[in-house]
Design a protein around this ligand. Structure first.
Ligand code: MG
Length: 132
């Protein structure tokens, strides 16, 4: 299992860089165009599909003992990997339809989060920022 993780990490590094989301965005556009699915890819529909995929991801963890969730058996890990991909693909497609740059949006949100959760208040606690 550790070897598989290293392989995915190695792949991500070799493929990495700022163009990775752009590559996926273009592939998703082509995928939809080829199937004439653009007509269905309204932001509302994509947001719903994204939520459904997140639920499919959660289903794998439902009732799972804490220890198992931290060290998934190989078969379960493969299933979770696919659901994570579904989530990412819908997220990228939705952001594309809304003309939102996910990387800069995420970077902006990290700045916001670091202000909400300053290290001196948030370190070692899982409390919400409103309760710090
Ligand atoms: Mg799925």
């Amino acid at each position: 299992m550790a070897r598989r993780r290293a392989t995915d990490s190695k792949r991500a590094r070799s493929r990495g860089g700022p163009d990775s989301f752009e590559t996926l965005r273009s592939a998703l556009r082509q995928f939809a165009t080829e199937r004439d699915w653009d007509q269905f890819h309204l932001p509302k529909n994509l947001a719903i599909a994204l939520s459904v995929e997140v639920a499919e991801l959660l289903e794998h963890f439902q009732w799972m003992p804490d220890r198992e969730s931290a060290a998934l058996p190989p078969g379960k890990r493969a299933e979770v990997r696919e659901e994570l991909a579904d989530v990412l693909l819908y997220l990228i497609r939705l952001a594309d339809k809304l003309d939102i740059d996910l990387v800069s949006a995420a970077a902006d949100k990290m700045v916001i989060n670091s202000k909400k959760y300053p290290v001196h208040k948030a370190r070692g606690t899982s409390r919400k920022y409103t309760d710090l």
